[in-house]
Design a protein around this ligand. Structure first.
Ligand code: SF4
Length: 473
């Protein structure tokens, strides 16, 4: 597929701006003074980034963002399909919005994201949720103005789901960032890996990279606007560039980002061990702007299970990558994702995963109980693991990692950490909370003027999953 077939043309994007004008004109004709928009987001950071584009377009069409669904004139539910639990929650919330529509007949409700890109869920929503005005898939986000306009004019349900396997890239759409100091920047979309448990390649299409100049322009703007943390996103972020027509990879992109002036740090996610090159690690090691934190999903410590998962690496190659990271950056924080209870996982396989927790010495792990996803190879595998066994293994894993994380946190005692202050702590509103370069949560007493800035905090307490300290004057 040629790149010009993947990139939505400037003419098509301009058409969407014409639709934005048309929706704004329609809203102007309606009597109500303010039209509120609410976006409910499930799932990963890519979905959060997509929701910021969706809200950007809605705002451009004349809507005012609100956090209160009950106030809204339009609600968009941006769904996730990675685990069944996320789908059920999205369906349940969508069901609750029915009551709002009964009270306010003019309320418009749209559902988008990975869940609706699955045929069976599309049919479910079409048939069981007749009050939903429109559905659109992940590659159709850019068409929201047209979809919304048609829904308003034709008073007919709209379905814009099929992007084929390829997917697309849409530039130059409005965006409304949630934060004034932390930004998501999608550098690529989709995935080619087809891990046997994962639905992402089916709902987000094949890997496609944005042009580096477009990404660098976006980051120059963010730096100029004073953003302090930029997180580069991609389902398989370090395979960035493979589809470009120039010789340019993810390490080259990081190198160029680090040349941009500004007091900001760069993070990236999610990496695949098979695409995490030594060149990338060397680039991280010599670039002070890149946070020394690497999220490297392991998924399982058993070579047999890794093969069944179609992950294309084994324990040895994974450990040699970790070894090289530590050689180049001795204090790097390494985190991972683990799936517990993949079909066929024996007690011995699971113990090999537990063993990897200690061997690698992860700073933190994100562990998930395996969830059967329709359409994936693993969902058809025999020997699915009973729920009680999955839960029991999950609990053992958390217990083991908690001890490791505690030990890792205690190393910070007495040190001074540079923290990007994010806001008030949810558990203790007397304290501010932020994250250090290694992505550790740090709580301390301070005033609101520090929010969005870097602060130096001397660590006085280390808990399992967070640190506390005192502001250094
Ligand atoms: S790399 Fe594997 S787990 Fe990650 S998005 Fe692609 S298929 Fe899913």
């Amino acid at each position: 597929m040629e790149r010009n077939q993947i990139i939505i043309s400037p003419e098509k994007i301009r058409e969407q701006y014409v639709y934005m004008d048309k929706v704004r004109a329609l809203l102007g004709e309606r009597m109500q003074k303010v039209h509120y928009a609410y976006v409910e987001t499930f799932g990963c950071q890519q979905n959060e980034a997509d929701s910021e584009r969706i809200m950007g377009m809605l705002e451009n069409m004349g809507y005012t963002p609100t956090q209160d669904a009950a106030l809204s004139d339009i609600i968009i539910v941006n769904t996730c399909a990675v685990r069944e639990h996320a789908e059920l929650r999205a369906l349940s919330i969508t069901g609750q919005f029915k009551h709002l529509k009964e009270k306010k007949k003019s309320l418009i409700i749209g559902v988008c994201g990975c869940m609706v890109s699955q045929e069976h869920r599309k049919e479910d929503i079409k048939n069981k949720y007749p009050y939903i005005n429109f559905l659109f898939g992940t590659s159709m986000n850019w068409k929201l103005p047209e979809i919304l306009y048609n829904s308003m004019i034709k008073q007919k349900r709209q379905y814009h789901l099929d992007c084929g396997d390829i997917g697309n890239i849409a530039e130059d759409l409005p965006i409304r960032r949630e934060s004034g100091f932390k930004a998501w920047v999608s550098v690529m979309y989709g995935c080619n890996n087809f891990c046997t448990y994962c639905v992402v390649p089916y709902v987000r299409g094949r890997e496609r990279s944005r042009d580096p100049e477009r990404i660098l322009d976006e980051i120059r703007e963010l730096a100029k606007d004073g953003y302090r943390e930029i997180t580069l996103l991609g389902q398989n972020v370090n395979s960035y560039g493979k589809d470009l027509e120039i010789d340019y990879d993810f390490a080259d992109l990081l190198e160029d980002i680090c040349k941009i002036d500004g007091d900001f740090i760069v993070r990236f996610m999610t990496s695949h061990p098979k695409d995490a090159s030594r060149k990338l690690i060397d680039t991280m090691a010599r670039s002070p702007k890149i946070a020394k934190a690497f999220h490297l999903p392991l998924q399982s410590g058993s070579d047999r299970i890794l093969k069944e998962m179609n992950r294309h690496y084994d324990r040895e190659t994974y450990l040699s990558l970790v070894g090289y990271m530590r050689e180049r950056m001795p204090d790097i924080a390494i985190t991972t994702d683990i799936i517990v209870g993949f079909p066929g996982e024996t007690e011995e396989d699971f113990e090999q995963t537990l063993d990897m927790l200690e061997t690698v010495g992860y700073d933190n792990i994100y562990s998930f109980i395996y969830s059967k996803r329709r359409g994936t190879k693993a969902s058809l595998m025999e020997d699915q693991i009973p729920e009680e066994i999955k839960k029991e293994r999950f609990a053992r894993m958390i217990e083991k990692q908690s001890a490791i994380s505690s030990g890792k946190n205690s190393v910070y005692l007495g040190s001074v950490q540079k923290v990007l202050v994010e806001g008030r702590s949810k558990t203790d509103p007397d304290k501010l909370t932020g994250r250090n370069e290694k992505n550790r949560l740090v709580h301390f007493v301070g005033d609101d003027s520090l929010i969005g800035k870097f602060a130096n905090v001397r660590i006085t307490e280390a808990e399992t999953f967070s640190l506390s300290g005192e502001l250094e004057k």
